[in-house]
Design a protein around this ligand. Structure first.
Ligand code: ADP
Ligand code: MG
Length: 384
């Protein structure tokens, strides 16, 4: 599912490689800890999996895709199968819990029917039922991280990446979040979590891949954290939340505009989404990010009238302004095909985390995105 083959990463202007000949393979359904001191290369590994960074040498294969040959154009589609959460939560402060989770789905063109169903389900999964109308500042840190996890899971990704997700939380809350991640994994999602926190790793007795100065020290099936004496305390992670928020907020504006015209074209939306991915994955300043997002907006809007939608009907006026219809990929990507995947085991809860049935992505997410959902009243799909 995730394979690193002799991966070396040299960042520009650095002498020592951040990753040095790293190789491992993660199977579907595994829970893997990436451990090591600050600067050991954990985040670099996760960024490589998301194709936010590319190896200087070696090869990364994720979900059957060699990321060397994945075109920039296809990266946004590829990333829809991977959820990610971070130490600093990265929520949109002016949006409610519901809107924060719904937003990701809106950006990728999920239907309002899907959003209305999926958001409450995923909020229940993370233990936030009834809190959809709160704003991030009205939540505890642990609850904010739950929102971020819900957002990452909303599109039913096959893989969840978590980069120091408990780094800003007190120990008790961290345990809750770890239990939630374990529950998500038990429901079938592959989880890769970077952490420097020994306690959890020891307790969880899951697979551990340890890095030191970019070199893989060990890969143990049921490892503990190992010798912690050499691991210094974690340096603060650079904050990129502001840039991401600026970009995403700007693209929401694009969406509104495009929606007001009455139709959404896949190419226009793709351009905007692709630009967001670029902005979010780079380390631009807030001003640069806003600027880039504005350019995406202009592009999306400019392309809009030039394209005619086959067999399109006028969009119902009652439609919520910020929600767009599913747009089919212009070229059908193999990644978009329903995954051949075993259904999640119905897990039993022993730790107070509510268990809900996660609808099969093959039946819900993908079909819905392609406009093939059972709920036909809301959409005029491209195939209808
Ligand atoms: P960790 O997540 O384990 O703290 P990172 O992957 O963030 O480790 O960093 C690994 C090494 O790569 C560190 O020495 C860090 O300074 C360096 N590094 C990370 N990102 C960049 C970058 N964009 N440019 C230059 N050096 C980087
Ligand atoms: Mg890191």
């Amino acid at each position: 599912m995730i394979r690193f083959e002799n991966v070396t990463k040299r960042y520009r202007g650095t002498s020592r490689p951040a990753l040095n000949d790293v190789g491992f393979e993660v199977q579907r359904g595994e829970f893997v800890f990436l451990v090591g001191a600050s600067g050991s290369g954990k985040s670099s590994c996760l960024r490589m999996i998301l194709r936010e960074e590319r190896p200087s040498d070696g090869r990364v294969v994720v979900l059957g895709r060699d990321l060397r040959t994945l075109s920039n154009r296809k990266v946004p589609y590829f990333r829809r199968h991977i959820g990610a959460v971070f130490q600093d939560f990265r929520l949109l402060p002016s949006k409610t819990v519901f809107q924060n989770v719904a937003f990701t789905l809106q950006v990728i063109g999920s239907s309002s029917a899907f959003i209305k169903q999926a958001v409450p389900e995923v909020l229940a999964l993370v233990g936030l039922e009834g809190k959809g109308k709160r704003f991030p500042h009205e939540l505890s840190g642990g609850e904010q991280q739950r929102v971020a996890i819900a957002r990452a899971l909303a599109n039913r990704p096959q893989v969840l990446l978590a980069d120091e997700p408990t780094g800003n939380l007190d120990p008790g809350t961290s345990v809750d979040i770890m239990q939630l991640l374990a529950r998500i994994n038990a429901n079938g999602t592959t989880v890769v979590m970077a952490t420097h926190e020994a306690g959890f790793v020891d307790q969880m007795q899951r697979r551990v891949i340890e890095l030191r100065d970019g070199v893989m020290l060990r890969d143990e099936r049921h490892g503990g954290y190992g010798d912690t004496s050499s691991i210094p305390s974690l340096a603060p992670e650079p904050e990129r939340g502001a840039a991401a928020i600026a970009a995403l907020t700007a693209v929401l504006e694009v969406q509104r505009e495009v929606n007001a015209v009455g139709a959404v074209e896949p190419q226009a939306m793709d351009a905007a989404v692709e630009a967001v991915e670029e902005v979010v994955s780079s380390s631009l300043s807030e001003a640069e990010a806003t600027d880039a997002a504005a350019k995406a907006a202009a592009l999306a809007a400019a392309r809009q009238p030039a394209i005619t939608r086959p067999a399109a009907e006028p969009r119902p006026i009652t439609r919520p302004a910020a929600i767009v219809s599913p747009a089919p990929a212009p070229v059908q990507d193999p990644l978009e095909a329903p995954p051949v995947e075993k259904k999640p085991e119905p897990a039993t809860s022993t730790q107070g985390i509510p268990v809900i049935d996660i609808p099969d992505v093959a039946e819900l997410g993908v079909a819905d995105r392609l406009g093939l959902g059972a709920d036909g009243e809301d959409e005029v799909g491209p195939t209808s």
